[in-house]
Design a protein around this ligand. Structure first.
Ligand code: PFF
Length: 454
């Protein structure tokens, strides 16, 4: 393989730097906050089974395609999707896919920062022992009070977005890589502590049954769309974040094995989060389908009951905020890199503009929990609309187009060489997936949930 093109933004220091950054992007609120609550809302085991199938059959092949596009283009997604089609004799319309990703990135970042703000808010609450010995009703009331206070939400949303911008404008390599290396394993250990707590004090067997006994009658057409969207969201696919990271990847690094490793770590962390949350939910008689507040209520209650809970709880929300930060910076990367390339702006200016725009949009989401809660379209408030539209529609659509581009537009000689799979059979399997199965599956799920069939 030749390094025919270089990124103006630089290259990762090593293969591990890429894996840490991409895993940092993948592991975040999607695993710890969103996964348990969408599983709870969609009935448990059957949803998880579909989610796992989406990761394996759609997520991993699309991740390979997305990294590959990034590494071939070596520019921001918008410019990569202008250069590559031109080089391979395709029409120019593919650039829209780059823009779609930048817009999806704004939408996701806007509400992501609000929820990450809740996590930051819980750090001082935990540290001061707010939940020690508290009843479930008190813990629930506490969370609801937080949501009713727009100024407090604004404060934490601002702190989180500010931190994100600060890291992006300094460049990713300095400090962040080192911090990720220490903090991600720590988060993993703390999740294990919570799973251990659930085993001893919670309804662990009931939780296992809830998570791993599929009951397909609990599943609607909508649930499949949500599972697929969650797979894209959790793996950071479909909006160009992983493409941007792939553009800084050395051509010697193996795309398939990196993708497998990232997807496996991401999935394990999501399942652990479920195993930490559901034993407490079921033992305390809480509702698994209670929505976005699920982990804030259940885990806070759990920490309040266990020895050294204030300490563990403080650490947990600190680490979750950090995991959110490593994801948020990747959400800013496609737009920031684009502004640096096309406007010639310095990185700090580009990062500040992107963060400010997402911050403004995020205010709409935080008001949806209080002052604007009465304003709904199709039964969804502003935050739910932004989350649904970006996660369940735009990310799978982005993934669909990336799969089509990698499968049909790029010549086999190029994709074969880039992926460098160990056997021709594996390459053929990938090609069949991105050419036929992934597009068909995504279209069927879209059509089905739009009520066009079935
Ligand atoms: N994967 C992140 C999470 O699970 O929290 C969220 C995310 C990051 C989604 C980057 C999309 C993205 F491009």
């Amino acid at each position: 393989m030749t390094d025919s093109r270089q990124s103006i933004h630089g290259e990762w220091g090593s293969r591990w730097a890429f894996i840490m950054a991409a895993t940092g992007s993948a592991v975040g609120l999607g695993n710890i906050w969103r996964f348990p609550y969408v599983v709870g809302e969609n009935g448990g085991g059957a949803f998880i089974l579909i989610y796992l199938a989406c990761i394996l059959l759609i997520g991993i092949p699309v991740m390979m395609a997305e990294i590959l596009l990034g590494r071939l283009g070596r520019q921001s997604p918008i410019n990569t999707l202008r250069t590559l089609p031109a080089e391979h004799g395709a029409r120019g319309g593919w650039q829209i896919l780059g823009w779609l990703g930048v817009i999806a990135g704004f939408l996701v970042l806007s509400f992501y920062s609000v929820v990450a703000g809740w996590s930051l808010a819980y750090v001082p609450f935990m540290a001061t022992g707010t939940f020690t010995g508290a009843e479930t009703a008190q813990v629930e009331a506490f969370f609801n009070d937080l949501l009713q206070d727009p100024w407090q939400l604004l404060l934490w949303h601002t702190v989180f977005m500010g931190l994100t911008a600060l890291i992006v404008l300094r460049g990713v390599q300095n400090g962040l890589e080192r911090a990720v290396r220490l903090l991600m394993p720590l988060l993993f250990l703390l999740l294990l502590v919570m799973v251990g707590y659930g085993m001893g004090a919670g309804a662990f067997l009931d939780a296992m049954a809830f998570m791993f006994t599929p009951d397909f009658s609990a599943l609607g057409a909508e649930a499949v769309l949500i599972a697929m969207g969650q797979a894209f969201f959790s793996l950071s696919l479909g909006l160009g974040a992983i493409m941007a990271y792939g553009s800084y990847l050395s051509s010697r690094s193996s795309i398939p094995s990196n993708s497998g490793l990232i997807a496996a770590s991401d999935t394990i962390i999501a399942l652990l989060a479920g195993l930490a949350v559901f034993p407490i939910v079921l033992a305390a008689g809480l509702d698994p389908g209670s929505g976005p507040g699920l982990i804030f209520v259940t885990l806070s209650y759990g920490f309040g009951q266990m020895p050294l809970g204030a300490l563990f709880g403080t650490l947990f929300f600190l680490l979750m905020s950090f995991a959110a930060l490593t994801s948020a910076i990747s959400l800013m990367e496609p737009a920031t890199a684009y502004l640096v390339e096309n406007r010639g702006w310095q990185r700090p200016r580009a990062a500040a503009i992107v963060a400010t725009a997402a911050w403004l949009l995020g205010i709409g989401s935080l008001l949806a929990f209080n002052l604007w809660s009465g304003f709904t379209i199709l039964g969804l408030n502003f935050q739910e609309l932004v989350e649904y539209f970006s996660t369940s529609i735009m990310l799978p659509l982005g993934g669909l187009l990336m799969a089509l581009f990698a499968g049909w537009v790029l010549p086999r000689s190029v994709t074969g060489q880039e992926l460098a799979l160990s056997s021709p059979g594996l390459y053929r399997a990938w090609l069949v997936l991105v050419r036929y199965l992934v597009p068909a599956a995504i279209l069927i799920v879209f059509a089905n949930s739009a009520g066009l069939i079935g």
